[in-house]
Structures are given as structure tokens and as C-alpha cells.
Design a binder for this molecule. Structure first.
Ligand code: FDA
Length: 392
């Protein structure tokens, strides 16, 4: 039987980073993936340009049952470390918004960087290879593959979450965790479009195509980012972000002109010129069509002079105190990530090793650490992969 110091299941962001670091330390490394190509999620990420990290990344940008778990790994291998690697490969990049770093060219440059590192340090890659079973014999693992079993001292599970099954996502990592008695925090789709009842959709339909810089909140989380009206309701970065905090039955709160004292502005406008229509005043800080729809749907198609304070308050609430109840989410089919996963209580935060199973490691998205939208999830993959790479 072939034997490797380290076998890594999953040639995604976390698995490849781990392979490079382990191979650099002289370990013999085999990376296995059932897909036809390595790093498929990197390839499609960030609209093909890969938002590979965020310059502001820190523990507050991650969700986990234990919010402290990610601190050590994020400190040991930071966004600046990954950026230095990107620069050393001459990959041009830019900040798009809010610290989000993207390739100027193509996400495939990041995949090439990782494959190059693996090759240079002698890590082997086997694609189109399915893991049939895993056994532990003494202090070694035996990984059953179609072409015959391989043995290893360290087994690293880097098989990602459940999002986008069409791209090879599987429940593999959770099954391995269950097999070895490692706990799992219930999973759910995150960074996912929310869905709405037909009545709500009908009301929102005329607004499709309009974008605003909104403040969206739910369950104590709040995001100031773009929101887009679409034929499927509302979407855009702020809605994807809040989806990670939303639970069935919750309403989300939306301010479409955050920071604007809508009541004050309307009252002042009424005192100055009562003959103005509400939508004229609103369109100073909202797209015209949205201003008109708010006036129409609030029954306020009249002059300001005819509106008592109570009505102005109602308009204010429609603009900045809008509450909407999603009916569900689009699920793993379109979710960018999976919330929950391997329970961090059962892992060592410095090495990602399973506490009760010597030699077994979990890294990347399969772990119960989930980042916000904006390059944070790749940073977690780099940081957790790097840490395991120092320990295997
Ligand atoms: P990842 O899913 O990348 O890799 C897991 C690998 O394991 C895959 O190659 C898979 O084929 C393999 N595998 C699974 N089961 C297996 C099995 N049973 N046997 C063998 N192999 C198996 N994040 C970010 O920070 N910036 C961004 O721009 C984006 N953009 C983005 C767009 C889209 C459309 C999606 C779906 C996701 C993103 N993300 C993102 C999230 C990001 O892609 C994700 O968090 C990381 O890819 C996770 O890296 P991992 O290495 O943990 O898993």
C-alpha cells in the first residue's frame, strides 16, 4: 500500500494551502479530489475575479457557535500574509469596496499560484478520485480509493460545505466527523438569496432594477451595503449578508436612506413650500421611481401642505423603517457558503486537529466558521489551511 505522511481530501482553497505548507516542511503529501479540476469554487468566485481576501478581516467578520475559535488562525496567517503571496506571484489586484481585494485579471491566477506551490514543493494531486471509505488502524489512516487504498499518518478533511452541489459539494466532511465521533453544529445555507410571497413580489415588481445603499438589519446584525430590487424580490450584498443571520419567521428591517432624517426633511420642505409633492422631496435622496412608488403605496400622492405630521411619520417609516418577512431562502443550490459544520469545541484552534482523534484535521468551510460576504471565507480557508499545514 502506498503511504503518505499527509492525505488531504479536497483540492479547494483550504486543502491546497495546507498541502503547500505541509510539503514545505518536507512531508509527503497527497491531495485527492473527486472533481475534474482543482479549485473550482475559486474559479467561479467573485464573478471570475476571486475576492481572495479582505484587508479588514478579523474575528468579528465570522459566525460560529464559538466566535473566539477563529482568532488564533486568523492571527497566525493573516490577510497581509496572503496578499504578500499574491504580490510575490506578480498577480495584479484592486480593492473594489469595503476592503475587498479582487484579481485585476482572472481567478485562475489564484488557482495557478496554489498549483504552482504544490508542484514546487512536491505535493501530489489526484483528481477524479473518489474516497470510498476511511479506516483507522492504530495510529494510521487507511483511505479507500477506487485505484487501491493509501495509508497516511495525518488525514486532513478539506472537502468544503454543502453549497452548490452541482459543483461537487458533498456531505463528505460531516460523514467523516460523525464516523470519528467529532460533533457537528447543524448546517444551513448562508450568503443566500431570500425568497418572498407572491403578494410581496407583486408589490415589488415595478421596482426591479433599482439599487439603493441600504442599511439592513436582523437579529442584532446590521449591514450598510447595496440593495437591489429584482424580479425575485430584493437582493444584493446587504441581503446576502443578512441571510446568514435570518431565521424562518423573522422579519428584516430596511432603511433605504440611512442617515437621512426623513421626517425632518419633509417637515422643513412643507414649511418652505407646501405645494410640493412628497415624491419630489423624497427623490432628493432616493431614486425617482422608488420615491414615487413609496408615495403611491403610502397613499400620499398629494401636496405636503395637506399632510399632517402623522402622515409624514408614516412616510418616514416606509423609507427607513421598512419591515419585510422573507418566506424562505433559495437553499444550497445558490448559497455561497454553509453555516455550521464541524463543531469547533472538538477542534484545536491552533492546529485544526480533532481533539479526540490524533492525526485527523478539519479545515476551511467544513468547519463551523462562516465569513461575511467580501473575501472573508477565502481568508478562513487560507488561515485554517496554513495552520493545519504547520501541524500535520
Ligand atoms: P471548497 O468547496 O473550495 O473545496 C472543497 C473541495 O473538496 C472541492 O474541490 C470538492 O470537489 C472536493 N470534495 C468535496 N467532497 C469530496 C469528496 N467526497 N471526495 C473528494 N473530494 C471532495 N468566498 C470569498 O471569500 N470570496 C469570494 O469571492 C467568493 N465567491 C464565491 C462565489 C460562489 C458562487 C460560491 C459558491 C462561493 C464563493 N465564496 C467566496 C466562498 C468560497 O468559495 C468558499 O468559502 C471556499 O471555496 C471554501 O474553501 P474550501 O477549500 O473549504 O472548500
Amino acid at each position: 500500500m502506498e503511504f503518505f505522511d499527509v492525505v488531504i481530501v479536497g483540492a479547494g482553497a483550504a486543502g491546497m494551502m495546507c498541502a503547500i505548507e505541509a510539503a514545505k516542511r518536507g512531508r509527503s503529501v497527497l491531495v485527492i479530489d473527486h472533481a475534474r479540476a482543482a479549485g473550482e469554487k475559486i474559479r467561479i468566485s467573485g464573478g471570475g475575479r476571486c475576492n481572495f481576501t479582505n484587508i479588514h478581516a478579523g474575528p468579528r467578520n465570522f459566525l460560529s457557535r464559538n466566535p473566539h475559535f477563529c482568532i488564533s488562525a486568523l492571527k497566525r496567517y493573516t490577510q497581509h500574509d496572503f496578499l504578500a503571496l499574491v504580490k510575490s506571484h506578480g498577480i495584479a489586484f484592486h480593492e473594489k469596496t469595503l476592503g475587498q481585494l479582487f484579481c485585476d485579471g482572472s481567478a485562475t491566477q489564484i488557482i495557478a499560484l496554489l498549483l504552482d506551490g504544490m508542484k514546487r514543493h512536491g505535493a501530489q494531486l489526484r483528481l477524479n478520485t473518489r474516497v470510498e471509505k476511511i479506516d483507522k488502524a492504530g495510529d494510521r489512516f487507511v483511505v479507500g480509493l477506487a485505484g487501491g487504498p493509501v495509508g497516511c499518518a495525518s488525514l486532513v478533511v478539506a472537502s468544503g460545505g454543502k453549497s452548490i452541489p452541482k459543483m461537487g459539494a458533498s456531505g463528505f466532511g460531516y460523514e467523516v466527523a460523525a464516523q470519528f465521533g467529532v460533533g457537528i453544529v447543524e448546517t444551513r445555507p448562508a450568503l443566500v438569496p431570500l425568497t418572498f410571497e407572491p403578494n410581496t413580489l407583486e408589490r415589488l415588481k415595478p421596482l426591479a432594477g433599482i439599487a439603493v445603499d441600504a442599511q439592513v438589519s436582523c437579529n442584532k446584525a446590521r449591514f450598510d451595503e447595496a440593495m437591489l430590487f429584482t424580479h425575485r424580490g430584493i437582493s444584493g450584498p446587504s441581503i446576502l449578508q443578512i441571510s446568514s443571520y435570518w431565521r424562518e419567521g423573522d422579519e428584516i428591517g430596511i432603511a433605504m436612506a440611512p442617515g437621512v432624517d426623513v421626517f425632518g426633511v419633509l417637515r422643513e420642505a412643507r414649511a418652505r413650500n407646501g405645494k410640493q409633492a412628497v415624491q419630489t422631496v423624497l427623490s432628493a435622496f432616493l431614486p425617482k421611481k422608488l420615491a414615487q412608488t413609496i408615495a403611491e403605496q403610502s397613499g400620499a400622492l398629494k401636496n405636503l401642505a395637506d399632510m399632517p405630521d402623522k402622515e409624514l411619520r408614516r412616510i418616514e417609516a416606509a423609507v427607513n423603517g421598512w419591515r419585510i418577512k422573507p418566506s424562505g431562502s433559495e437553499g444550497y443550490r445558490t448559497a455561497e457558503v454553509t453555516l455550521g459544520g464541524v463543531d469547533t469545541r472538538d477542534l484545536d484552534s491552533r492546529t485544526m486537529a480533532a481533539r479526540s482523534v490524533p492525526g485527523l484535521y478539519f479545515i476551511g468551510e467544513v468547519v463551523d466558521v462562516t465569513g461575511w460576504l467580501g473575501g472573508y471565507n477565502f481568508q478562513w480557508a487560507w488561515s485554517s489551511g496554513w495552520c493545519a499545514g504547520q501541524a500535520v
